[in-house]
Write a protein that binds this ligand. Structure first.
Ligand SMILES: [Zn+2]
Length: 439
């Protein structure tokens, strides 16, 4: 089986490549990129004129909800949503029920993800850092690493005790295992539900001060500096957070960070009449925060973009704002938000955009992904993006089981239209993808 992606703009940050050319796939492997000498005996050809051909996108931060909350999402529906969103590799978070804190559960996730219905998307599990994510004793990290976790994290239940965190970093350094940290001082956030400020006062909602995030970034960053353990800071949201990360990097701390689409595209004003589709952690902030976060994205302080896909069922979010869970479904809108708010506004070049959505997260978590170089990924992982396609995001057409999105009805410019995961090809049936196939 020989498949040709013809005449596309090939964007591969791993090789600093931005050229017009072809990509040839034989069976499930990339065999040539750029100039392709032998164009005979093709089984399928896709005309990629005007489109980007990029390494399969990599999402470092996804909640698949299985085991324990399969009414929100399953490994199968989550990986289908990922393929529809342009992703070929996703990292799944450990705050399942039970929490992902044993090698047996790692095996379970990898088995489910390898089933044929999962569409070939690679799932890289992130194990719990502490047993039961209780922030006390370390989980069985060595055995989980042997089973296949790529990082450890207590996600929404971040370790509060600095001594426990220091020990965790010392141990993970020995294991050569990165820690992903949600930075929140829970004594300061204290069950608040939105950004603390004028809007929270007006709505009568309890606020979460920005210092809850920034103090935790400084603590975790200094512990990383002093222990040498690699940490990845999840979803930064304030101008202070990006400035702290900049300083930590300046000091030489082994720190990277990510941002989620909501935090560079929406402010706290979007909450309007207590709309729970805009409830996220850390909370939506202000325009000043967005302005300085964009600067951090542009200058590379913010390393990558993560969806933080957090599906919840309708009955769970159709409740008073304070009672609703944090987080929204994002896998199928992230490319649209990123191209619309960052690329088309000149914050990122096309090559930088793909770096933030694919190559950089793969490097941070040391995944065999994020490149088009033949042989560097186990199978061909390729995403084709139409950067000019204008479309309206409609939650009724998503593959995710959950429909809790802040972007329903939003117009976007730019969409992934084809996703290749080894032998599997995902075509977006909602668009006229037939126009891309010419044989
Ligand atoms: Zn999350």
């Amino acid at each position: 089986m020989r498949t040709l992606l013809k005449n596309g703009r090939i964007l591969d940050p791993s090789q600093n490549l931005d050229v017009i050319g072809h990509v040839l796939i034989e069976d499930d492997q990339i065999v040539a990129v750029g100039q392709v000498a032998d164009l005979d005996d093709l089984d399928e050809t896709y005309d990629c004129t005007g489109l980007w051909i990029t390494p399969g996108l990599v999402d470092p931060h996804v909640h698949l909800r299985e085991p324990g909350a399969t009414h929100k999402e399953t490994i199968i529906t989550g990986t289908q949503a990922a393929a529809a969103g342009g992703y070929t590799t996703i990292c799944c978070m450990p705050n399942t029920n039970p929490p992902l804190d044993s090698p047996a559960l790692v095996d379970f996730i990898l088995d489910r993800a390898a089933s044929p219905e999962a569409g070939g998307v690679f799932v890289a599990p992130v194990g719990a850092l502490t047993r039961g994510m209780r922030g006390e004793e370390l989980a069985d990290l060595a055995a989980m690493k042997r089973a296949g976790i790529v990082a450890a994290s207590d996600e929404e239940f971040p370790v509060q005790n600095s001594r426990v965190m220091m020990r965790a970093m010392e141990f993970c350094l020995q294991l050569d295992l990165p820690i992903m940290v949600h930075c929140e001082d829970t004594a300061l956030s204290d069950n608040g539900s939105m950004n603390e400020g004028a809007v929270s006062a007006m709505l009568g909602l309890k606020g979460i001060p920005r210092s809850a995030e920034e103090i935790a970034i400084v603590r975790n960053g200094l512990l990383a500096l002093h222990t040498g353990c690699q940490i990845h800071i999840m979803r930064v949201s304030t101008w202070g957070a990006v400035e702290m990360v900049r300083q930590l990097k300046f000091l030489g701390a082994p720190v990277t960070c990510e941002i989620c689409p909501m935090h560079f595209s929406l402010t706290e004003d979007a909450i309007g009449e207590f709309d729970t589709s805009f409830k996220t952690t850390p909370p939506l902030r202000t325009q000043l925060d967005i302005d300085l976060l964009l600067q951090g994205i542009n200058d590379g302080t913010i390393d990558c973009i993560a969806s933080d896909h957090s599906p919840h069922a309708s009955h769970e979010v159709d409740v008073p704002f304070e009672e609703a869970p944090f987080g929204t479904a994002q896998l199928e809108s992230t490319v649209g938000v990123t191209l619309t708010y960052l690329t088309h506004r000149g914050i990122l070049t096309p090559l930088q955009t793909i770096d933030k959505l694919s190559t950089r997260p793969a490097q941070i978590l040391r995944l065999d992904a994020g490149t088009l170089r033949p042989g560097d990924t186990p199978v061909a992982q390729i995403t084709v993006i139409d950067p000019e396609l204008e479309w309206t995001f409609d939650r009724k057409q998503t593959f995710s089981k959950s429909k809790n999105t802040p972007f329903h009805g939003h117009r976007f410019r730019g969409k992934s239209v084809l996703t290749f995961c080894g032998g599997e090809i995902y075509r977006d049936a909602r668009f006229d993808t037939a126009r891309y196939a010419i044989a």
